[in-house]
Ligand binder design. Structure first.
Ligand SMILES: [Mg+2]
Length: 403
């Protein structure tokens, strides 16, 4: 073979080297062709429940439902994510159509920092999740493997939704334990502190030693009306933190307002209990402050609040460097939770996934009913990372109502 022929054929071989489904040649890069947002149909109602953090606003819980974003490419592969806001869809179309979904660092930067492109960080997180779903599908790998796997499954803790009575929560804890769950999170929202403590005490008595009990005061958020229900002051937080120590409480979450950094840091110094929080903190910079000021022992970033996939990976790196556990907030919906499940699969410092599960009215299976192949909590209380490519879940297309 003459040298020129050899070079030509080598170049030809390179040009046709393919990943599953796609060419590597620059001219054949996939391009984003459309973005749609669907409303998903419901399969039934399971009852009315009032969230502990939003007293006075009970609503019907349903099987399925919610909204989903789908980003399409010219090569037949699409990615899904939680539903974008109605206002964000057109802006994202302007920014993303014609772009390469693999350029997600560049696109993420543009979405965050270009004035007028997208001022809604939740929408940025949604787009990033869908772009990564595409990348995983092109590579033919589940995302946690693509990013670098650490664990194939993680214990799920059942995150309670309603306040309920101490007796009922103790029964619930026992049921969870019998089903295989290894831990649950109890809401601390009684007007009287002694009822909060009695709830944890009764739950601990019901389940014995080998079951994690987390607690959440939800004092760092607003649900529309500024902090409905009981508002804790420093003394309530301090007294509660000290009393919880008698019942082997895994952590106390959000005991004070989000930006009361001085109070939170003082509380952490004054008590032995593990403090957790961060679900309402926006952006990586706030986690730098939280770490530097000694505010939380466990960081709980949320993918749709803390700058999306890139933001969560950055917070995880911060946590690792500062010897903090990073256990994300539940993820803002089914596809946020699943994206976080893959991220958790890459982290050595994340021993749990939060799953909202308060049966019989709000079991986690309600939301996951929009998938053909939903993840499940197994009999040992673990949730396994999906093994299909990308996010690894398929939408039930029969439930799509509109775009
Ligand atoms: Mg919380």
């Amino acid at each position: 073979m003459r040298r020129r022929d050899f070079l030509t054929s080598s170049a030809g071989a390179l040009a046709t080297l393919t990943l599953p489904g796609l060419s590597l040649a620059q001219s054949d890069r996939p391009r984003i062709t459309d973005i749609k947002v669907y409303r998903m149909g419901t399969l039934g109602e399971t009852g009315i429940m009032e969230s502990a953090w939003a007293p006075g606003r009970p609503y019907m819980r349903r099987i399925g439902g919610g909204t989903v974003t789908e980003i399409f490419t010219d090569q037949g592969i699409s990615g899904i994510a939680p539903g974008l806001s109605a206002g964000g869809l057109n802006r994202m179309r302007q920014l993303l159509l014609g772009q390469d979904p693999f350029d997600n660092e560049l696109l993420g930067h543009q979405m965050r920092y270009t004035n007028g492109a997208a001022n809604n960080w939740r929408d940025v997180g949604c787009v990033e999740i869908a772009l990564w779903d595409i990348v995983g599908k092109v590579a033919g790998q589940p995302l946690y493997k693509l990013w670098g796997a650490y664990q194939d499954r993680v214990p799920a803790y059942a995150s309670m939704i309603q306040l309920s009575t101490p007796e009922e929560r103790a029964e619930q804890a026992l049921r969870m334990q019998e089903e295989g769950w290894q831990g649950m999170k109890i809401r601390l929202h009684h007007l009287d502190m002694s009822e909060d403590i009695r709830t944890v005490e009764m739950a601990r008595r019901a389940v014995g030693e080998n079951f994690a009990i987390m607690t959440d005061a939800n004092q760092a958020q607003s649900s529309g009306i500024w902090q409905p229900g009981i508002q804790w002051d420093y003394k309530r937080a301090l007294d509660t933190a000290r009393a919880l120590n008698d019942y082997d409480t895994y952590w106390l979450e959000e005991p004070l307002r989000r930006y009361d950094y001085a109070g939170l840091a003082e509380l952490n110094r004054a008590t032995d209990i593990t403090l957790a929080g961060g679900e309402n903190n926006q952006g990586v910079q706030e986690f730098v402050d939280i770490i530097e000021r000694g505010i939380y022992d466990i960081l709980q970033p949320e993918i749709l609040v803390t700058e999306g996939v890139q933001g969560l990976r950055a917070v995880a790196a911060l946590g690792l460097a500062h010897h903090k556990q990073v256990i994300p907030h539940h993820g803002g919906g089914q596809l946020g939770t699943i994206a976080q499940l893959h991220l958790i699969g890459t982290w050595p410092h994340c021993p749990w996934i939060e799953i909202m599960n308060d049966p019989p009215i709000s079991p986690y299976t309600n939301g996951f009913a929009i998938f053909e192949n939903p993840p499940q909590v197994d009999a040992e209380g673990f949730m396994a990372m999906p093994q299909e490519a990308g996010l690894g879940v398929e939408l039930r297309r029969d439930l799509i109502l509109e775009d």
